[in-house]
Design a protein. Structure first.
Length: 448
């Protein structure tokens, strides 16, 4: 293999694999696809299970024991081919991508229709893998969503289409149905619990995006999980419980806003009181010692990586809750009585500060979760270590970039990082992140 510096500029370089457009797919790339899929989903073996938010090393064992025509093997192959051919748009590569994805989808659907296979770990893992396949176009941001602060409060468009994840929403709905179908009988095995955490995170993000309440079965799931938890799972468990309550509160707030009437003020104050009570009960989570990472924290140092991801998602969940609550306060401001103007405005501004504080905590993790390696003498540049890390950061960074109450400097950093994820990791097609939007953010300070 030629050294990196003499590679032709039109060579696709991704995680150590090289594919020349002139070479196309003359040889069978299936074995390469498996390896590439695992190198990006799981990462190098030097990362122990305790260094991750959720241990996904079980996937390699699951695939090695499965048949070549199984749903999970075909799903891994589809993801690997998408990586290998990402920047090579030819009839052959398009056909190969479509064929491998179609085979994976067909095998998974057959498993879902089977009365025994539909509740097995392998089937649930296959649906999760296919949901990752749909993550490629998730960085769409429109001009409508990023506006000057002078235009005032503009609620986010939360439709799946605005996120570019309509198909991902469908897959996560399927995962939710599978969790309900499986019940709690699998929770006594570590593999099934790891798979549950993985799926439940995706479901929580889906609930926040779509303003839907967390699954009603969550409380019973958590009660059963408590019986089997090991020490390494406790942070993950606490985060899932927090996300469950936060997403349910967000759904209640949105329902209050959309069904607003002249008599809705009492309902609004009741849900605000519920949020404040929830915040008091859970404030210890973001005041813990590991919530203030410093230069001594190294992302590759065992448990620290998992705690950093835990912290990032905790504050992303909290940020979404506060942004949703801010919409309610804004609604109340538009319906205000004259004597309440000052009180409502003061509370609104206090919530803006909470939003910006949560955004700061998310952004503070970036230098620790991402690599800052760069050429000698050049300024440090945040770089996504693995494809999976880019995927994990999409939703938290999008909240910061598009939150109407986040500061301009926060938006710029979040957008710049999202652009780097697009360029370096290859999650979305070219053009899904419009450059004029980035230009507007970069130049906004000079225009004010």
């Amino acid at each position: 293999m030629p050294p990196m510096e003499i590679l032709d500029p039109d060579v696709v370089v991704f995680s150590g694999w090289y594919l020349f457009p002139t070479r196309q797919l003359a040889e069978c790339w299936d074995s390469h696809a498996y390896t590439l899929a695992f190198s990006n989903l799981i990462g190098p073996q030097r990362h122990s299970a305790t260094s991750e938010l959720v241990d996904i090393n079980f996937l390699s064992g699951m695939v090695s024991e499965a048949g070549q025509d199984s749903s999970i093997v075909l799903a891994c192959r589809a993801i690997g081919h998408a990586f290998l051919t990402r920047n090579i748009d030819t009839p052959e590569t398009r056909s190969k991508r479509a064929a491998t994805y179609g085979q994976a989808l067909k095998a998974t659907n057959m498993a879902l229709e089977h009365p025994v296979l539909q509740t097995q770990d392998e089937t649930l893992a296959s649906v999760w893998l296919l949901s990752l396949y749909e993550k490629r176009p998730t960085l769409t941001i429109s001009h409508q969503l990023i506006e000057s602060p002078s235009r005032g409060h503009q609620p986010l468009d939360k439709s799946p289409q605005s996120h570019g994840i309509g198909s991902w929403i469908v897959h996560t709905q399927g995962m939710m149905s599978l969790l309900r179908l499986r019940g709690t009988s699998h929770f006594n095995t570590p593999l099934a619990r790891d798979l549950f955490w993985l799926i439940y995170y995706a479901i929580q993000v889906r609930c926040f995006i779509t303003d839907m309440a967390s699954p009603s079965e969550s409380s019973s799931w958590f009660r059963e999980l408590e019986k089997w938890l090991n020490e390494d799972e406790r942070h993950t468990y606490r985060l899932c419980v927090y996300g469950h309550h936060a997403s349910t509160l967000c759904a209640t707030i949105q329902q209050t806003i959309t069904q607003w009437t002249a008599s809705s003020r009492s309902a609004a104050m009741a849900v605000i009181a519920e949020v404040e009570g929830f915040e008091r009960e859970t404030q210890h989570l973001w005041q813990a010692f590991y919530d203030s990472p410093g230069s001594e924290t190294v992302a590759d140092s065992g448990l620290n990586t998992g705690l950093l991801w835990w912290r990032t998602y905790l504050h992303a969940f909290r940020l979404q809750l506060q942004l949703t609550l801010l919409e309610l306060w804004d609604k109340m401001r538009t319906e205000k009585l004259d004597e309440e103007t000052r009180t409502l405005e003061n509370e609104f501004q206090r919530r803006v500060e909470v939003v910006q504080g949560a955004a700061d905590k998310i952004l503070a993790c970036l230098p620790l979760l991402l690599s800052t390696d760069g050429p000698s003498g050049a300024s440090p540049r945040l770089t996504t270590r693995f494809w999976r890390d880019g995927v994990r950061l999409l939703w938290p960074l999008r909240l910061v970039a598009l939150g109407d109450a986040t500061r301009d400097d926060q938006k710029r950093l979040a957008c710049a990082t999202l652009q780097q994820i697009r360029d370096e990791v290859g999650i979305n097609p070219p053009g899904a992140f419009p450059l004029p939007v980035l230009a507007e953010l970069v130049t906004r300070e000079t225009q004010l």
